[in-house]
Write a protein that binds this ligand. Structure first.
Ligand code: COA
Length: 339
């Protein structure tokens, strides 16, 4: 029996207009552009204004992805949103808000795997198609971590930005998502976390005074975890689909830090110009990072049909995931470039 595949037939992204530069951060905490650029490669990131929530960014990215697929919202029969910064702490899910904003007539739910959220959501979407439970799935990665970082903590507030990216997956005979490997290790949960606000430690005045409602991170340990897990997951996903690093047209790692990307590049022995990076302009956009990068690459005309691409994420949890995808979309000029 012919295997049914899930192919990416649409891609889109959205960044809020407001730019938060390193110079802006210099006015908020004791830091400087030179330190931030040399340690992270980040020069600026985007920040949603107060009227915006994660579902607004997600809906705009999704509209563009649906349009680039040449479809309409009524064609979508499942929506999965990867996010760890939902509009509401408990419910409704961000996916339900996006479903209403776009007028989709389908089931919708969130997946929380922090910065790995998009790869996890992709696994859910691709599996639904491969198991014949869906034909067309909208997969979004969206986060607004600027709402959750402490703008008094210079070691974290310089890293994160807001954004959203989306893909449309559709059942296909030709290859699409060829393999996905996912992993988790909760013994590393303390390395990157928001201590207060959940059932373990509800937000109290004391905890808020201790600033426990904000992201806390042990940067060095997260760095070591990232440079260990990205090459390993990439090779595992390539092996699972019968490929090797040499076959890759592009490696698209989660955009957390340029030094992490450089180390991964060395460890994998892959050319610098095949490792995509836009971290300089957007910072770490968490679950949005990979689909934002994919859209950036596609709309700049650097992805060709037939290209093999690895999408590799890592983040809090700890979580990680890698997907190997055969690109099938023709150039943006033929495929309908999103406005
Ligand atoms: N500006 C200036 N100095 C800063 C600073 C800032 N924004 N942030 C930290 N520093 C200082 C520290 O206080 C420390 O000073 P000290 O030596 O006097 O104590 C010094 O710089 C070195 O700090 P350290 O934390 O060891 O720096 P680092 O080289 O590890 O870089 C990170 C810090 C956060 C950039 C780095 O650890 C990192 O990128 N980790 C991975 C983070 C990540 O990707 N997280 C998301 C995962 S999804």
């Amino acid at each position: 029996m012919t295997r049914r595949n899930a192919a990416i037939i649409g891609v889109g992204s959205y960044l809020p207009e407001r730019v938060l530069s390193n110079a802006d951060l210099e006015r908020m905490v004791e830091t400087n552009d030179e330190w931030i650029v040399s340690r992270t490669g980040i020069r600026e990131r985007r920040m949603g204004d107060e009227s915006m929530a994660t579902s607004d960014l997600a809906a705009r990215a999704a509209e563009r992805a649906i349009r680039s697929a040449g479809l309409s919202p009524s064609d979508i029969d499942l929506l999965v949103v990867g996010t760890s910064s939902p509009d509401h702490a408990l419910f409704p899910s961000t996916a339900c808000l996006v479903q209403a904003k776009l007028g989709l007539g389908c089931a919708a739910f969130d997946v929380n795997a922090a910065c790995t959220g998009f790869v996890y959501a992709l696994q859910v979407g691709a599996s639904a198609i491969e198991s014949l439970r869906a034909e067309t799935v909208l997969v979004i990665g969206a986060d607004m971590l600027t709402r959750h970082v402490d703008f008094k903590d210079r070691s974290t507030c310089i890293l994160f930005g807001d954004g959203a990216g989306a893909v449309v997956l559709r059942a296909a005979v030709e290859p699409g998502v060829e393999s996905i490997v996912l992993g988790s290790d909760g013994t590393g949960a303390d390395l990157l976390k928001v201590p207060a606000g959940g059932t373990a430690a509800p937000c109290t005045v004391e905890r808020i005074n201790e600033r426990q409602q904000y992201v806390q991170m042990q940067g060095n340990d997260v760095f070591k975890f990232a440079v260990r897990v990205i090459p390993k997951a990439t090779v595992q996903a390539l092996t699972a689909s019968g490929h090797s690093v040499e076959d890759l047209a592009w490696l698209i790692p989660h955009q957390a830090n340029q030094r992490i990307l450089n180390t991964v590049e060395e460890r994998l022995g892959i050319d610098h110009d095949r490792v995509f990076s836009n971290v300089e302009k957007v910072g770490n956009t968490s679950a949005a990072s990979i689909p934002l990068a994919l859209d950036d690459l596609y709309t700049s005309g650097r992805l060709q049909p037939g290209d093999l691409v690895a999408l590799v994420g890592f983040g809090a949890g700890l979580t990680w995931g890698a997907a190997v995808v055969r690109w099938t979309m023709t150039g943006p000029e033929q495929g309908g470039l999103p406005e």
